[in-house]
Design a protein around this ligand. Sequence first.
Ligand code: GDP
Ligand code: ZN
Length: 302
Amino acid sequence: MSELRGTVLERDGAAYRVLTDRGVLRAVLRGKAKRDDRDKIVVGDVVRLDPGPVGDVYGIVGMEERRSLLARRVPEGRGARPVAANVDRVFVVTAARDPEPVPQVIDRLLVVAEANDLPGVVILNKVDLDPGSALRERFERAGYQVLATSARSGLGIDTLRRELAGRTSVVTGPSGVGKSSLLNAVQPGLRLRVGEISAKLRRGRHTTVAAVMVPLEVGGFVVDTPGFSEVGLWDIEPEDLDACFPEMRPYLGECRYADCRHVAEPRCAVLAAVQAGAIDPDRLQSYHKLLEELEARPEAWE
Ligand code: GDP
Ligand code: ZN
């Protein structure tokens, strides 16, 4: 019997919609896969299907090992809840202008990506309104790839399409920055379809909006994770936050105190690097704000 494999696109009640080379099939967990509750299947998982359906419903008999997992922690020590598997990169979109960019909001989303071990890429959109040079430099200095785009003029869209091709990407960012417009420019109708699926889920019985994967014509997928920003900083221990700032990593371990928080400690290597101009003071400020937030989190999360 030939093996049938596919990628989970969406949860559909107790079943999953799985993209295979026979098209999109409905499938439910069966046998060992069903008992193995720990490895709960999420969008992006590559599953093996029993090639013989019962009616039109296939059985999921196994799951391939994940190469990455976006997860959110649930309170009171109930462990982590997986959101999407096998995500390659997180694209954080900001506008160069209109709405006025808030770099710290972008930093926060980049930290969430880093905390999940997912590389972040910054999309600087609306460059037809403003070149956004300072913003671009800020993120490039921090070690991020920055793609300049204009969904309006078409600038950078071919590059963005190439970057998305063949990989699984989360596209996130504040509202109004042009996420829908960009995805529509990459593939007409794309964002529209994502929106429809999400709206349907929102009306359904589920209290939280689940992630949905949308296949791209150029290969790869875009993951619509309406809750990405809520995946949250809660998942990060305060002492792990510094490692979520790529430009700080070379200095970690060089501070006088092993548990240095890089706030006002003597002989702090990170503060010294800021003094020396190697780290942007504004990024340090972002780090301090997020650290404060993490240290003040409610006890239920600890
Ligand atoms: P989203 O909330 O991030 O999905 O943002 P939308 O795609 O809905 O875009 C918000 C507004 O910005 C809309 O009025 C778009 O027409 C506009 N917009 C999107 N991209 C660009 C761009 O590159 N340049 C300009 N000037 N406007 C844009
Ligand atoms: Zn330090």
